[in-house]
Design a protein around this ligand. Structure first.
Ligand SMILES: C[S@@+](CC[C@H](N)C(=O)[O-])C[C@H]1O[C@@H](n2cnc3c(N)ncnc32)[C@H](O)[C@@H]1O
Length: 288
């Protein structure tokens, strides 16, 4: 079941892909969780906004369980994802970490969220119409001294060789270009969509936060890659073509159909030269 979000994406339908991405991103994001928790006090309350399948909250909970404990609040508008995140975080939380699940829309001014020492929002702000207003709302969840950290932008993942033996070389570049067109239309189609013609660090400052900084987390899974990586790449390529197919030429659509069909000799799942290489950008600021 899809929850109440602002675009026309069926988030519940994305569960398998979100879970795979969580597993593949964990090694790169564990140090990010440690770094962010190191910037707030003991026994913090951490709110994961748009938590999806809960991958980052699992890392927060693990780190808190190793230290002095704390509270992890999961907030998502999609019931199925919130339930999955609760299950995943519950498995690692132990006695010292309290886990709270909240079903809600991050733009709801009446949202009843405990005062937070750390608010984390990854890949969700770009799905609301007024991103600047949403940042202000999230900043308003912080206690004085608290940190708002968002993961937005960065370098798009690459996973395919340049030549695949089917279709024209350079398919991945064209998939990414098509996806960028999809993104543009997705943003324009969100009710109440507002332009934000500047970058996230400035947006954090506009939201009243201080000591704003950005850093990157490298996602690097070299070829030949695991079975999980192959499965993820098959999903990702199929999803790009499905969502952005109208911006692809017919021969590229045909190539993707062959690459994602387990009965095809060109099936990506049979390759030993897939990889995952990209970077997440993290931007954070503190409430004084
Ligand atoms: C791209 S996923 C990101 C999931 C996770 N944070 C990650 O980085 O993998 C976006 C998530 O935000 C949730 N979401 C989208 N719009 C929301 C809103 N307005 N309020 C709360 N959650 C929202 C979706 O249900 C989904 O779980």
């Amino acid at each position: 079941m899809s929850g109440h979000t602002h675009g026309d994406i069926d988030w519940a339908d994305r569960l398998a892909q979100l879970r795979m991405a969580d597993a593949l991103d964990a090694a790169a994001l564990a140090p990010v969780a440690r770094r962010l928790l190191g910037s707030v006090g003991e026994r913090p309350t951490v709110v994961d906004v748009g938590c999806g399948a809960g991958g980052m909250s699992v890392l927060f909970a693990r780190e808190l369980a190793r230290g002095g404990g704390g509270t992890v609040v999961l907030l998502d508008a999609t019931p199925k994802l919130l339930a999955e995140a609760g299950r995943a975080v519950g498995e690692v939380a132990g006695e010292s970490v309290e886990v709270v699940g909240l079903l809600g829309d991050l733009t709801d001014p009446a949202l009843d969220v405990p005062a937070a020492d750390l608010v984390w929002a990854s890949g969700v702000l770009h799905h609301v119409g007024d991103q600047q207003a949403a940042l202000r709302t999230l900043g308003g969840l912080l206690r004085p001294g608290g940190v708002l950290a968002i993961s937005e932008g960065g370098l798009e993942m690459r996973c395919l060789p340049w030549e695949l033996g089917v279709g024209r070389p350079g398919l991945e570049q064209r998939l990414l270009a098509a996806r960028a067109s999809w993104f543009e239309r997705m943003r324009a189609g969100i009710p109440g969509s507002v332009a934000m013609p500047y970058g996230w660090p400035r947006a954090l400052r506009e939201a009243g936060l201080h000591d704003v900084e950005s850093f990157g987390a490298l996602i690097d899974h070299p070829m030949p890659g695991s079975d999980l990586l192959r499965e993820y790449v098959v999903h990702r390529v199929g999803w790009f073509a499905e969502s952005a197919g109208e911006w692809l030429a017919a021969d590229d659509r045909a190539a993707v159909a062959a690459l994602t069909d387990p009965r095809s000799p060109d099936f990506l799942g049979h390759r030993d030269d897939l990889y995952l290489f990209g970077a997440k950008a993290i931007h954070c600021g503190r409430l004084r």
